[in-house]
Design a protein around this ligand. Sequence first.
Ligand code: FDA
Length: 543
Amino acid sequence: MEALSFPFRKLPIFLSLSILLLLCNFPSAHCHDFLHCLSSGNHSTVSRVVVYTPSNPSYTPVLNSSLRNFRFTDPSTPKPLFIVTPTHESQIQAVIRCSVKLRLQIRTRSGGHDYEGVSSWATAPQPFIILDLVNMSHISINARKKTAWAQSGATIGQIYYKLSQISRTLAFPAGVCPTVGVGGHFSGGGYGTLLRKFGLAADNIIDARIITVDGKILDRKSMGEDLFWAIRGGGGASFGVITAWKLKLVTVPKIVTVFSVGRTIEENATKIFHKWQSVAPNFPKELLVPVAILQANSTTRPGKKTVMLIFNAVFLGRAANLVKLLSERLPELGLKRSDCREVSWIQSALFMSAYPIETPPAIFESRDPLLKFYFKGKSDYVQEPIPEHGLEGLWKLMLEDEAELAQVIPVPYGGRMAEISESALPFPHRAGNLYKFQHIVFWNEPGEEASKRHIDWMRRLYEYLTPYVSKSPRAGYINYRDLDLGVNDVQGNTSYAKASVWGLKYFNKNFRKLVEVKTRVDPTDFFRNEQSIPPFLSVKAAN
Ligand code: FDA
């Protein structure tokens, strides 16, 4: 395994310890030791690394800047000793070396969208720091070779925007929300509107750079195929700090078609959705029709609530063909040509992320999310259509008060997803799944009481769905992290059996191989969190 030189920005500025101390405002003992360590050893010329301690006025704004789930902005949430925002791989090497030495845990954060916020907090009383890659977000595109390198701190929206500035037909099959960071997203799988045609983001990653616990910088060749396999779907936080990804870009038509059509349960939505369950996974690969199920005001019964199903679509083709296809396969939806818009692929990305189509795509450069909420999410996989009476029970739950801002989002599989083997990557949810179910409840009142009410509602919904979703294991998606599924031991000596409880749900038979890779790459479990892959227990925890 050899050290590699960094392909992106070269930072010529090297600053002395005194500048580090200045940035580490009123340093705590830990901070002082940390800065002293950074400036010593092989890193005598430590480049500028900004360290925010709690006494620094920027600490809280920086901490909360990319924390997407407000549940973890609460004062009771354990806070990091400090936040480090590197700009260069050599700084990450030094941060890892010093954290190992001082027995500090690292939480690596790229876009901060983790559903349970584990990139921003750690189970007390573990001393931890946040390594925030927000300043490592460079993207370079080779349009001729149809490849790109993206640093882990980039967002998927920034990639989409950069691509749109070069070509109307180059795209990348990643998620819908533009502010999601590629560090967490790609390492957990990552899916979006091109899922049925091209698979996951992780299926389209062809190289990566990772810094491991011993401070080595490895690429695909030097890390070897097993570790490269593990970081594409196994959750990056278990193996090291991934600094960059090489993407295989895909080609989409110049014109694609989108629509968004809502039907309430009074407008036959139950029957339409019942049929959707078996037809949407068998549409041509070029078509994805996800559904958002939510509470709405009834138009026919003033003052009453109803359930609305919004059928969205991105079709890699023209509107006339889409209308024809749906009139044959799902005529119950009643799709009309006037419901459809022909747009460019980047406009389809704006549309699906809830921006008006006319919005300048440069909005995707922003890291500010469209909405900021408290939320709790869960996920499921559906392998047999849910019968109508089962759907009616789900609608009842959706009409409860706590579901005012809830959404259940079925996303059809099939197409390319069914062609990739379950073991090709750690992400095992391939053939045999009709659709993935995302369940998410948002609320905007602070405090424990509101939190408890909404989380209880989510747990009841999950319980209700038990007979209708995958079993043995009841599968889930790691990128929709759910700590209800089980957590590791705080001190890092989690047994294989204990971690299997959540690990089999996310990774099924691939879990064991992930544990084997972890045991080789990080045997002392330095890189760990509440749901990281543990090594086999024969190895003693690092701190
Ligand atoms: P964050 O920085 O919180 O990291 C998540 C996890 O990855 C943490 O464990 C973190 O330590 C680790 N990690 C991050 N960077 C790392 C690095 N460089 N090296 C090693 N480990 C690293 N998913 C999807 O597939 N399709 C979608 O459309 C969406 N949409 C969506 C919308 C919204 C509003 C949210 C909040 C989330 C999604 N997601 C999603 C889920 C998303 O893919 C998931 O939360 C990702 O892990 C987020 O990656 P971030 O880098 O933003 O998170």
